[in-house]
Design a protein around this ligand. Structure first.
Ligand SMILES: [Zn+2]
Length: 482
C-alpha cells in the first residue's frame, strides 16, 4: 500500500514538468490544452507577418472562385490555424490603413491617419524594433510605397500618414536592413529639403536597387542592407505590368530576396511582407484586379510557408488590416467577363483623351475605352453621368479628379455592369476618410511555432502582442533619451 502511494507520488512528480512546461504565447486562451508535438520548438526563431491590405472574406472568395472555381482552394486557406479580427480604430468604427497598421505593428488603437503614435501623439513601440533590439534582422516589403501606411506603421512614427518624406527619413534612422517597395519620390532631394537621403543610405552600406534584375543581383551575406525603390510611387498593378513593360519585381520575388538576406542572421529575423494593392483594386471595385492581386499574394504565401516548413522554427501570420468596399461574391456576377478585362481601371483612365474646351474627357474616348478594355457599350446618358462624376465640383476652378479616382469611377461602372457585389459609389463618396473601407472582420491565418494561439475572434491589437509573447519577449524597449 505504502509502496503504491510512493509510486504514485513519483509518477506524479515526474509528470509535472512535462505538463507544466513553459507554454509559449498563451495570451489568447490560456487553457485550451492544445499542445504541439515534442519536436516543435517552443519559441520561433523567425517571424514572418504577411498582410494583404484590404482583404476581407469577400476578396478571399473572389480570388478562390476566379482562380480555382467553387470547389477549389487558395493556398492560404490550407493553413492550419484561423481566426477573425476586428479592425475598428480609436476614433471611428471603420479604420484607415494608418490606424490599422499601427494596431498591427504596435498593439495600440489610434486615430485614423496616424502612424506609430497614439491618439494624443505619443510615440508607440513597433514590434519591428522589439525584434531588432533582440538581434534579429528586420525588414519590410510592400507593393505600395515603402513609406505608405502599412509598412510605415512598422518603421516610423508620424502624426499624419501623408508625411511620407519624414517616414523615408525614419527608415534611414532606424537602420532597418531591408526595405523593398515603391515610393522613390519621397527619398529624392526635392522632397528632403535638398538633402541627398539616398547617398546617406549608400554611405551606411545600403545597396539601392531599382529593378527586378538589380534586386536579383544583390549579394547576400550577414551584412547585406538593401533599399529597393522600384517605382516613383505605388508599384504597378499586376494587371498592368505587362502592358507597361514593367521591370518591377513581384511580391514573390521581393519576399524571396528578403528572406534570403534575413536568414543569413543566425539569431533569426522578423519580416513584414505586404500585398498592398488588393486594397487599391477593391477601392476601384475592380474584381479582375482583386483576383490578380490576391493570387500574387497567395503565391508569395505559398513560398513563405514552404520555406518555413523546410527550415522550421518559424511563425507565419497571414492577415489583413481591414476590409475594403464590402466586396461580395454574388451568384449573378459574370466571372468570365470580369476575368477577361486585362488592365486596371487606372490604366483605362490614362487612355482617355481630354477635350481642351471642357477640360473633361471626350465623349468619344470614354465610349471607346469602355468598349475596348471592358467590352461595355455605354449610352450617352451613362457617359454624361461618368463625366459628371469624374469632375471635381469641390474645386472652385473645376477640374478632373486624379487618375486613380477616375479609375474608381470606371471600376464601379464595370462592377455594376457585370453584377459584381460591392459598395455603391455614393457610399464610397460619402465615406471620404477611408474611401469605402468597411468594419467587416478580416481573416487571420497562422502556421508554425505558436500558430495554435490564433483562434477565435480577436481584436487586431492582440495580434502583435501575441506574436511578441510567443517569441518570449516583452512589448517595450530599453529606455533611451531622445
Ligand atoms: Zn484603402
Amino acid at each position: 500500500m505504502k509502496k503504491l502511494l510512493i509510486c504514485l507520488i513519483i509518477v506524479f512528480l515526474l509528470a509535472l514538468p512535462i505538463g507544466c512546461g513553459p507554454q509559449a504565447g498563451d495570451s489568447n486562451d490560456g487553457g485550451n490544452g492544445e499542445q504541439q508535438g515534442q519536436e516543435q520548438a517552443q519559441v520561433p526563431q523567425n517571424v514572418i507577418v504577411m498582410i494583404a491590405d484590404g482583404m476581407g472574406t469577400g476578396q478571399l472568395e473572389i480570388a478562390r472562385l476566379f482562380e480555382h472555381g467553387k470547389e477549389g482552394e487558395l493556398f492560404m486557406e490550407t493553413l492550419p490555424h484561423l481566426a477573425l479580427a476586428r479592425t475598428y480604430s480609436a476614433d471611428f468604427k471603420v479604420t484607415d490603413s494608418g490606424a490599422a497598421g499601427t494596431a498591427l505593428a504596435t498593439g495600440n488603437k489610434t486615430n485614423n491617419g496616424m502612424i506609430g503614435v497614439g491618439p494624443d501623439g505619443e510615440e508607440l513601440v513597433s514590434i519591428l524594433d522589439v525584434f531588432q533590439e533582440q538581434g534579429k534582422t528586420v525588414g519590410v516589403v510592400s507593393t505600395n510605397t515603402v513609406t505608405d501606411a502599412t509598412p510605415a506603421a512598422y518603421v516610423s512614427k508620424v502624426e499624419h500618414r501623408s508625411g511620407q518624406d519624414e517616414i523615408a527619413r525614419q527608415i534611414f534612422e532606424g537602420r532597418y536592413p531591408i526595405a523593398l517597395g515603391g515610393g522613390e519620390n519621397f527619398f529624392l532631394p526635392e522632397n528632403q529639403d535638398g538633402e541627398d537621403l539616398l547617398a546617406a543610405f549608400e554611405e551606411e552600406g545600403y545597396e539601392i536597387v531599382k529593378s527586378k534584375d538589380e534586386l536579383a543581383n544583390v549579394e547576400t551575406n550577414a551584412d547585406t542592407k538593401v533599399l529597393g525603390l522600384f517605382h516613383p510611387s505605388f508599384m504597378n498593378y499586376v494587371a498592368d505590368r505587362e502592358v507597361l513593360d514593367s521591370e518591377e519585381p513581384s511580391l514573390l520575388e521581393m519576399s524571396q530576396k528578403a528572406i534570403e538576406i534575413a536568414s543569413q542572421n543566425e539569431d533569426g529575423f522578423f519580416l513584414m511582407l505586404e500585398g498592398a494593392r488588393v486594397d487599391h483594386a477593391s477601392h476601384a471595385a475592380d474584381f479582375g484586379g482583386i483576383w490578380r492581386e490576391m493570387i500574387d499574394f497567395d503565391v508569395a504565401v505559398e513560398y513563405v510557408i514552404n520555406w518555413a516548413e523546410e527550415h522550421g522554427d518559424t511563425l507565419v501570420v497571414v492577415k489583413s488590416d481591414h476590409e475594403t468596399m464590402g466586396v461580395a461574391a454574388t451568384e449573378v456576377m459574370d466571372i468570365d467577363a470580369l476575368k477577361s478585362i486585362e488592365v486596371s481601371p487606372e490604366y483605362m483612365a490614362q487612355q482617355m483623351e481630354i477635350d481642351p474646351s471642357t477640360n473633361n474627357y471626350t465623349t468619344e474616348s470614354v465610349r471607346q475605352v469602355f468598349e475596348e478594355y471592358a467590352n461595355i457599350r455605354l449610352s450617352d446618358e451613362e457617359i454624361a453621368e461618368f463625366q459628371d462624376n469624374v469632375w471635381d465640383g469641390d474645386d472652385p476652378e473645376g477640374r478632373l479628379h486624379l487618375e486613380y479616382l477616375v479609375g474608381w469611377e470606371i471600376g464601379s461602372i464595370i462592377a455594376h455592369h457585370y453584377n459584381a457585389g460591392v459598395i455603391h459609389r455614393d457610399i464610397r463618396e460619402k465615406s471620404k476618410s477611408t474611401g469605402g473601407h468597411t468594419a467587416n472582420t478580416v481573416p487571420v491565418f497562422a502556421y508554425g511555432v505558436g500558430a495554435e494561439n490564433f483562434d477565435g475572434m480577436l481584436n487586431n491589437i492582440e495580434i502583435p502582442k501575441m506574436i511578441v509573447e510567443i517569441a518570449g519577449y516583452e512589448f517595450n524597449l530599453p529606455p533611451e533619451d531622445n
